[in-house]
Ligand binder design. Structure first.
Ligand code: GAR
Length: 208
């Protein structure tokens, strides 16, 4: 059974999807053992507590720089004996220390079809604003391994939704969350825990 540690910064609907998936048996061979938040008082922490999952609050603002913060988070994850780290709406960029400590053991959900609308500055509603401004007709979400390159690691799963004429960023975000994120993330977590993701260079293949 793999220890899953989830990193959050906000409302935690993706965390909730993971908790529900664990309960219903969608996630095989994995258990959420810890939730770490980069912000105090966010609802994701409440969701963890309601489900008896231990939490740690590590506010980014309490640390001098990215390196010090990354070291603290990495040490916490080592203490927690994390086998898999899930960035579920984690809005803080960490440096390469954590990638070295957990190579190809970290996955992120990004609310767009990578390699479009990703990288620095593309997070949360900003992503959907950019999608609408550019006028693309399809958007979605991507689950990928976390590497040194922001949103640049090997892609594991992607799913799509249509972009509709009268969408607002909020409406599009909700469509992507409901139809893609909350399904894809638990699926990818289970595939990882079952050792079904094969990595070949920059590509991943799902073992049958
Ligand atoms: C989700 O849409 C997630 O894909 C996105 O933030 C939202 C968090 O919602 N993540 C990023 O933009 C990361 N670059 P949640 O807290 O309700 O899961």
């Amino acid at each position: 059974m793999k220890n899953i540690c989830v990193l959050v910064s906000g409302g935690g609907t993706n965390l909730q999807a993971l908790i529900d998936a664990e309960k219903s048996g969608v996630i095989k061979n994995g258990k959420i053992t810890c939730v770490i938040s980069s912000k105090e008082g966010v609802y994701a922490l409440e969701r963890a507590k309601q489900n008896g999952i231990p939490t740690r609050v590590m506010p980014r603002k309490d640390y001098a720089d990215v390196a010090t913060y990354t070291k603290a988070v990495t040490d916490a994850l080592l203490e927690e004996k994390a086998d898999l780290i899930v960035y579920a709406g984690f809005m803080t960029i960490l440096d390469e220390q954590i990638v070295k400590a957990f190579p190809y053991k970290m996955i992120n959900i990004h609310p767009a079809l990578i390699p479009s609308f990703c990288g620095k500055g593309y997070y949360g509603l900003h992503v959907h604003e950019a999608v609408l401004q550019r006028g693309v007709k399809i958007s979605g979400a991507t689950v990928h391994f976390v590497t040194e390159v922001c949103d640049g690691g090997p892609i594991i799963l992607q799913g799509t939704v249509p972009v509709l004429d009268d969408d607002t960023p909020e409406v599009l975000q909700k469509r992507i969350m409901e139809n893609v994120e909350w399904k894809l993330l638990p699926q990818a977590v289970s595939l990882f825990c079952e050792d079904k993701i094969e990595l070949v260079g920059e590509r991943t293949y799902i073992k049958k």
